[in-house]
Design a protein around this ligand. Structure first.
Ligand SMILES: *[C@@H]1O[C@H](CO)[C@@H](O)[C@H](O)[C@H]1NC(C)=O
Ligand SMILES: *[C@@H]1O[C@H](CO)[C@@H](O)[C@H](O)[C@H]1NC(C)=O
Ligand SMILES: *[C@@H]1O[C@H](CO)[C@@H](O)[C@H](O)[C@H]1NC(C)=O
Ligand SMILES: *[C@@H]1O[C@H](CO)[C@@H](O)[C@H](O)[C@H]1NC(C)=O
Length: 589
């Protein structure tokens, strides 16, 4: 801490003493040519003395930049030329603060105590067990879990043949570079749930055997590209729940055994193309909850073994067509909650082993008719919460193993006979919260295994005769929140409900109209109620009069009704006939 105070004091003196104007800056630059420390990070990313010089200049430029900024009009600050190129004072100040933090954390790491690393003799193991943490000589494991430690316990003895160390759930903010020196047999290292904001680049240099490294739930913002280079045997790396903004392209170099990388819950903006060049055995990659906007060709060039890829909750709006083309083993792809608008023919072309594809909550309006034609193994397809308005003919034709299809919350208005062709294994179909007005009566006929169907929350007024017939596996249908129009055309739905009462999922569908029938449960209405009502409204009697049962003799059944309806609306009906079919009870009033 003393050093930091010293730096800040020096800076204060320096800045306050300076006469700040452009000539001064030029003069200063000439007098103090600065090393290009940002380019030269080979041995020391920041050398304290050089850093102070750079910082001084940053201060100077920040101040002069502020002074140079026009007082009135434009709020945009004047760019200033510095060693970082053209840069505005705000960025400069941000960079400056970042540098100060970097130096501060490096100094903090240097000042961290180190525990006693000793040989693995029986005696040393006895010493180990005498420490504040729990040390088990039989299993060669060690845990300091949840002890509110702000640094490693200085008196603790750690025998070199230790295989497991757990330091998770403490208050560690950094570690000295020698903390794990010589632990060449260590297999697992748990550092999660601490306050780590800095890792010396050589902290893990001796951990040749390490298989698992858990660093999730810390405050890591930057990672030196070299940090993990010596972990040749690492299998699992968990960096989730940090605040990483950038991934250096080389950060996973040499780590050829990596199978699981978790980078979820960070602030990563860019996925560097060469990031996974050495990860030929990678099986799971979790990049969910970051800020990635696009994926470039070649990003997954070597991931023939990848099985799970998760990009949920990013801002991806652009994926190059061939990004996924080498992911031949992929089983689960999650692109939930991004900004995709179009699904091209090529995007999923080579994923013949894919079982689950999640595209929920994007802005998809168009899906190419052959976009899914190669996904022969697909079991689950999530397309909900997009703005899909039509389903191309044959879109699902080859998905013979698909069991779940989610299409809820889209802009579908109609469905046609050919929309669901091929879905021989489909059990679960969600079409709720669309704006469906009509579909062909045989739309669902290909779905011989269908068990659950949701068409609730649409704009359906009628269910075409036969829609739900020939679905032998059907267990539950949700039909409510549609403006069901309870005239004679609702007869099919009303009967279906009565005959399959146990299959109704949740609420009873209600009539929206006509007239008094609005608010009634569709399933309770009988022929007379339905066709009576229609009878009256058909003859444009308004307001509709109360239904009187068993008063109307014609029409008696659905076919009769349809005939009447056609006659009325296609006006082949002779006016005389209309008169003669006027319900008798009208005369009574
Ligand atoms: C990655 O980490 C997050 C948060 O720590 C966790 O919820 C998720 O299950 C992990 N993913 C994998 C693939 O292990
Ligand atoms: C569908 O799944 C079955 C059982 O897992 C499998 O044998 C069959 O090959 C799959 N069909 C296709 C087209 O992949
Ligand atoms: C989808 O429907 C919503 C509301 O129903 C509407 O605001 C939006 O414009 C529609 N989008 C497209 C692409 O049709
Ligand atoms: C409907 O009723 C009429 C008599 O009004 C009858 O002739 C006809 O066969 C019935 N149709 C059906 C499908 O039941």
């Amino acid at each position: 801490m003393f050093k930091i105070i010293l730096i800040t004091t020096l800076l204060h003196i320096f800045v306050n003493k300076s006469l700040i104007n452009c000539e001064d800056i030029d003069l200063y630059k000439k007098k103090h040519p600065l090393p290009r420390i940002l380019a030269d990070t080979e041995n020391c990313p920041i050398n304290a003395c050089e850093a102070i010089k750079v910082m001084s200049q940053y201060f100077l430029l920040t101040k002069s930049g502020q002074k140079l900024r026009p007082q009135d009009s434009t709020p945009s600050p004047t760019p200033t030329t510095s060693y970082l190129g053209k840069i505005d004072p705000f960025t400069l100040e941000f960079e400056l603060q970042k540098k100060v933090r970097q130096i501060e954390s490096r100094l903090r790491a240097v000042e961290q105590p180190v525990w006693k690393l000793t040989t693995g003799s029986q005696e040393e193991w006895n010493h180990c067990t005498a420490g504040v943490c729990r040390c088990n000589p039989d299993t060669k494991t060690f845990t300091c879990w949840n002890l509110n430690l702000i640094s490693v316990p200085i008196t603790q003895v750690i025998p070199m043949n230790m295989v497991y160390i757990d330091l998770s759930r403490n208050l560690l903010s950094t570690l000295h570079k020698d903390t794990f020196r010589g632990l060449t047999l260590l297999l697992e290292l748990h550092l999660s749930n601490n306050n780590l904001d800095f890792l010396p680049f050589d902290l893990f240099r001796d951990l040749d055997s390490l298989v698992q490294l858990r660093l999730q739930s810390n405050h890591l913002e930057d990672i030196d590209p070299r940090t993990f280079w010596k972990l040749r045997n690492l299998n699992l790396l968990d960096l989730s729940k940090n605040i990483l903004r950038e991934l250096p392209e080389q950060v996973f170099n040499n780590m050829q055994r990596l199978r699981v990388i978790n980078l979820s819950d960070n602030r990563i903006k860019r996925f560097p193309i060469g990031l996974l060049n050495d990860q030929k055995q990678l099986e799971e990659l979790d990049l969910s909850r970051n800020e990635i906007q696009f994926l470039e060709s070649g990003s997954f060039y070597h991931q023939q073994e990848l099985k799970v890829l998760d990009f949920a909750e990013n801002q991806i709006y652009n994926i190059k067509d061939d990004v996924f083309s080498n992911l031949i083993s992929l089983r689960s792809l999650t692109l939930h909650n991004n900004r995709l608008t179009v699904i091209t023919k090529e995007l999923f072309e080579y994923m013949e082993n894919l079982l689950s594809l999640d595209l929920t909550l994007n802005r998809i309006t168009r899906i190419h008719g052959e976009a899914f034609s190669h996904l022969k193994q697909l079991r689950e397809l999530y397309l909900g919460q997009n703005t899909i308005s039509t389903i191309s003919e044959g879109l699902f034709l080859n998905l013979e193993n698909l069991s779940r299809l989610m299409l809820f919350s889209n802009n579908l208005t109609s469905l046609y006979s050919n929309n669901f062709l091929g879905l021989r294994s489909l059990r679960n179909l969600m079409l709720n919260n669309n704006i469906l007005k009509k579909f062909d009566f045989d739309t669902f006929q290909p779905l011989i295994k269908l068990e659950k169907l949701r068409i609730d929350s649409n704009k359906l007024q009628y269910l075409p005769q036969g829609t739900l017939d020939n679905l032998p596996s059907l267990l539950a249908v949700k039909l409510d929140k549609n403006p069901w129009h309870c005239d004679c055309r609702a007869l099919y739905l009303a009967r279906w409900i009565r005959e399959h009462v146990t299959k109704l999922w949740d609420c009873q569908p209600m009539c929206r109209g006509p007239g008094d029938l609005g608010g009634n449960e569709v399933g309770l209405l009988r022929y007379d109620d339905l066709c009576d009502g229609q009878w009256a409204s058909m003859l444009s009697l308004s307001p509709r009069l109360p239904v009187r049962k068993h008063q109307i003799l014609n029409p008696k059944n659905f076919s009769d009704y349809v005939q009447m309806y056609n006659l009325k609306y296609y006006s082949t009906l002779n006016p005389q006939d209309v008169e003669s079919t006027t319900p008798r009870w009208l005369d009574e009033s």
